[in-house]
Design a binder for this molecule. Sequence first.
Ligand SMILES: NC(=O)c1ccc[n+]([C@@H]2O[C@H](COP(=O)([O-])OP(=O)(O)OC[C@H]3O[C@@H](n4cnc5c(N)ncnc54)[C@H](O)[C@@H]3O)[C@@H](O)[C@H]2O)c1
Length: 286
Amino acid sequence: MLKMDITNTTVIGAGIMGHGIAQLIASHGYQVSLVDLNDNILNTAKEAIKQNLTQFFVNKGKITQDQADIILNRISMTTNLERAVLNTQIVIEAVFEDMDIKQTLFSELDKICEKDVILASNTSSLSITQIASRAKNQERIVGIHFFNPATVMKLIELIKGEKTSENVLKSAKQFSETLNKTVVIVNDAPGFVTTRLIYVLCNEAVKLKQEGIASTEDIDKAVKLAFNFPMGPLELSDLVGLDIYLHIGEYLENQLGEYYKPSLLLKEMVANNLIGRKRKQGFYNY
Ligand SMILES: NC(=O)c1ccc[n+]([C@@H]2O[C@H](COP(=O)([O-])OP(=O)(O)OC[C@H]3O[C@@H](n4cnc5c(N)ncnc54)[C@H](O)[C@@H]3O)[C@@H](O)[C@H]2O)c1
């Protein structure tokens, strides 16, 4: 399949990533069918997209209100998966980061989608090969890893599963480039390139804090100024969520070995619900 064949898309999961991906894709002229488990979640997603278009695009003079309305009208919402994949050429999954949920979903998608439909996962760490393992046509399953916020971040990390075909990878790359993103291609491995690296940096920063080597502020300041990073690792951990990093760390340790073991402090903070911005307390108070 070539990029010009893609007009209709499906995004599954309308959470943080799913609604952002839907907005991004619709902004580039594609029709999007956005799926989630209930109407409340879908309505919240629609409101979030509407607000985002107004605040960051219309109010900043990047697009007109008419253009924003057109983008919004390209996105239809449904809780019916079979209806959502009718006429679609590419499905992008952005449901919870859970292997069993994703494996079940991809097996189902493989059954209900036409043979030439590309099936992509936006997982940030789970092996694409394992996600695809319960599906019959595993060659059409690929990782398309967007970053948060999907409308802003420039990178897409494409992940080639063991059975992903070259054709599917090529089409996924062409499609990603039509979204005005820069693409890197990586072979399947837990955490890929980006998640594995950022997890190691953040986990090591938490260990420095745990060992009393420097204060939270100084660890962040050191990394920002020494390496010209826009954010320090502890600040970033608060933003992403310490629970998410713990989940990633446990998966990487399980798949790749002891080296990736989450630090004691990370575990303690999650156990005490100090998980960052979403609970208003982590390494910093919000
Ligand atoms: N948040 C990030 O910064 C980020 C960045 C890159 C990738 N990711 C990945 O994107 C995926 C989604 O993450 P998120 O942060 O958007 O999660 P989220 O919890 O905000 O959203 C997940 C959504 O999926 C829905 N869902 C769950 N099971 C479903 C099903 N069977 N059918 C339809 N909808 C279903 C949930 O109701 C929820 O609305 C994960 O795999 C995550 O690893 C997240």
